[in-house]
Design a protein around this ligand. Structure first.
Ligand code: HSE
Length: 396
């Protein structure tokens, strides 16, 4: 019998307990022994199927030599960070879906895990049920990774899809996403791009091997996005999606950011809808590889967590392929990254052409919506200074 503990019994923690229970035969076949949840750390005791496993004292887990893996499903940084450190220091593997903690402290926690000869695994922190971190660090290990980008937040993708498809208001669509267990406890992190921002930091850390700190990465969500621009894009065979991007710059630096983008409707990410996420990894040997699946929700996220639990138990010594240096130097302002830009201005096509030269017109009238040729955001900002700009988005 292999015993584990879960810290936190919210969406993810409950999902982990369910997967361990419901998929017991498959898990036992692969591990060679049954896997059992021995303890669940909660702040407040509550009735339910896991009542008999609950404790509110972390020492019950820390001091129990039979518990070999701890799943941290508390979220946030404070308690999650303290307990993760103590669990690793006590020689237990730790598995998590906590992207905030991994983005802010992952490098340090990995180093501690290495020192203690245990694993700190966090596949579920990016893309929920989609395997992305293992493929990035293992299957694509022979590549130089030049770019990682994608739809990294299920809640905002769900909201955008519902608004476009059913005409739901932003508030209605957000409420539905919350009811389905997709949103963070505080959905501001979802709609303001912070959740996707943490995930692109983790992807950048692992893709480029250097710390990319969330504080340096500009994060813009969908709260300022106007339905008018979404509709103009749709009619002109483009889609608006919230993307996280991490790019290796030609001079060896790296950049990352989150912002809404226009994508041509034929782009593989353009039809990724509802709660689905998709991540594109550009390797210098593979070219573009895309990973697609459910990026949020209890069971998909728990699937990744429990797979990490199983890996931690099978791996000995710990996985070495995660190269993640604390050296954060070399981060470049994403305004230096060239791309096409979408503008909607109060004015004519002539005004647009006078500022930008050749443009692709998406809509004309009292307002003109157009796409520029590729240029840095800094240059686009300078060129539009004489225009009455109503909206500005990046485009792929
Ligand atoms: N709130 C997140 C999302 C959950 O909507 O994608 C998974 O990280």
């Amino acid at each position: 019998m292999i015993e584990i503990a879960i810290m936190g019994l919210g969406t993810v923690g409950t999902g982990v307990a369910r997967v361990v229970e419901e998929n017991a035969p498959q898990i036992e076949r692969k591990l060679g022994e049954p896997l059992r949840v021995k303890a669940v750390l909660v702040r407040h005791f509550k009735e339910g199927p896991y009542r008999h496993l609950m404790t509110d004292d972390f020492k019950d887990i820390e001091g129990d030599g039979d518990i070999r893996v701890v799943v941290e499903a508390i979220g946030g940084v404070d308690a999650a960070y303290r307990y993760t450190k103590r669990a690793l220091a006590a020689g237990k593997h730790v598995v998590t879906a906590n992207k905030q903690l991994v983005a802010e402290r992952g490098c340090e926690l990995l180093a501690l895990a290495r020192q203690k000869n245990v694993n700190y695994l966090f596949e579920a922190s990016v893309g929920g049920g989609i395997p992305i971190l293992h493929p990035l660090t293992q299957c694509m290990a022979a590549n130089r990774i030049d770019e990682v980008y994608g739809i990294l937040n299920g809640t905002t993708n769900y909201i955008l899809t519902r608004m476009v498809r059913t005409g739901a208001s932003f508030e209605e669509a957000l409420r539905e996403a919350q009811e389905k267990g997709y949103a963070e406890a505080d959905p501001t992190a979802d709609v303001e791009g912070v959740d996707a921002g943490r995930k692109i930091c983790i992807l950048a850390d692992l893709a480029f091997g250097h710390q990319v700190s969330p504080g340096e990465v500009p994060m813009e969500g969908i709260t300022k996005l106007s339905l008018r621009d979404v509709e103009i894009a749709q009619q002109a065979a483009y889609r608006v999606k919230l993307l996280g991007r991490a790019v290796r710059m030609p001079d060896g630096g790296r950049t990352a950011y989150v912002a809404p983008h226009l994508l041509p409707s034929g782009h593989p990410l353009a039809n990724v809808e509802d709660v689905f996420n998709a991540v594109v990894v550009k390797g210098n040997a593979t070219g573009e590889v895309m990973f697609y699946g459910k990026g949020a929700g209890a069971m998909p996220t728990a699937s990744a967590c429990v797979a990490d639990v199983m890996e931690a138990l099978q791996e000995s010594p710990q996985r070495e392929e995660i190269g993640w240096s604390p050296d954060a130097a070399g981060f470049v302002d994403p305004r230096e990254l060239p791309s096409r830009h979408y503008f909607r201005v109060r004015g004519t096509l002539e005004d647009a052409a006078a500022a930008f030269g050749r443009v692709e017109v998406l809509s004309e009238g009292a307002e003109t919506a157009f796409l520029t040729e590729s240029m840095t955001a800094r240059e686009a900002g300078l060129r539009c200074s004489g225009l009455d700009v109503l909206a500005h988005l990046r485009a792929l």
